[in-house]
Design a protein around this ligand. Structure first.
Ligand SMILES: [Zn+2]
Length: 304
């Protein structure tokens, strides 16, 4: 290198340094589902620009790897997703096509919620003839409040890792969230007492973590096997089985067909209830706190 190159190099170096120390440059987050977008908002607030890849009206098992999603993934600093094979049909493809090295699996820019906790419903043996069974257990973890807190702490640690100049900020945000969240859990547990030991037929095992927490019993599913839409034969069987002693509710989400639930509701005299399932699932579920409150409210009203 001759000496004429030196000033250019130092200009480039100083540009690079100023870019990496520029605190106004937000971390770009690719959140696979609305719940993770909401959690990132709680933990990282104005340090991030969040793109949420899916809505509550979409089934997260089945998303199309559209070019617009690839473009967002290409520019992301971190991807925050569910894992446990929930996004197996679209996320690996997006990651590969994006060519973004920062967010590939095993990189700090790739965060999987289900890898931070012990999942429920882990199959003892894997039999694909039983349908869309997830080998790593039930991926729908965000409605278990204690598990969500564990995930939040790991996610905070991840933000500290990729953006260490803001460590204090992330620690403070997490502590604030933790305090509000634990206080909310106490209130929810108090309010939800009347639904303890209630029984539910569910469209899919979406609410396994909520049920585990609030002691609600899942007695059947509308899907004959996971991932397969309710069939007439299966619904007829459920009608026969539950008409003599109906469960407290039949639950479905905004991304699921209401018709089978409504049909069965009439036949067995149990209320069919649409729960928000995630942020944006109805107009009241605007963040994690209101998602939980609204879910419990809807179950309480149905019990009366
Ligand atoms: Zn599922």
């Amino acid at each position: 290198m001759n000496r004429y190159h030196l000033p250019i190099l130092s200009i480039i170096t100083s540009l690079f340094l100023s870019a990496s120390f520029n605190t106004s440059a937000n971390i770009r987050v690719f959140a696979c589902e609305p719940e993770w977008g909401a959690l990132v908002e709680e933990l990282a607030g104005d340090k991030v620009t969040i793109f949420v890849a899916t809505t509550a009206q979409q089934d997260p098992h089945h998303i199309e790897a559209r070019p617009s999603l690839i473009a967002k993934m290409r520019r992301a600093d971190i991807a925050v997703c569910t894992g446990a094979e929930l996004e197996v049909g679209w996320l690996p493809l997006l990651l590969r096509i994006s060519g973004n090295k920062k967010i590939q699996a095993n990189q700090p820019g790739y965060f999987e919620a289900t890898s931070q906790i012990e999942t429920l419903d882990k199959p003892e043996k894997l039999d694909r003839s039983l349908g869309d069974v997830h080998a790593s257990g039930n991926p729908h973890v965000h409605l278990g409040p204690y598990k969500l807190l564990t995930i939040a702490e790991s996610l905070k640690d991840r933000f500290v890792k990729i953006d260490s100049s803001q460590t204090h900020y992330y620690e403070q945000r997490f502590n604030d969230f933790k305090q509000r969240w634990l206080a909310a859990i106490l209130l929810w547990e108090q309010r939800a007492k009347p639904i303890k030991n209630s029984q539910a037929i569910v469209y899919h095992k979406n609410w396994a973590y909520l049920f585990d927490w609030l002691h609600i019993r899942r007695v059947a599913e509308l899907e004959p096997i996971p991932g397969v839409p309710p069939s007439a034969a299966h619904l007829a069987k459920l009608k026969q089985q539950f008409a003599p002693s109906p469960p407290n509710f039949i639950l479905y989400g905004p991304h699921q067909n209401a018709k089978p639930a409504n049909w069965l509701a009439k036949k067995i005299d149990a209320p069919a209830i649409e729960l928000p399932f995630t942020i944006g699932g109805n107009k009241n579920a605007v963040d994690l706190f209101s998602l939980y409150s609204n879910t419990i409210d809807k179950l309480l009203i149905a019990m009366q």
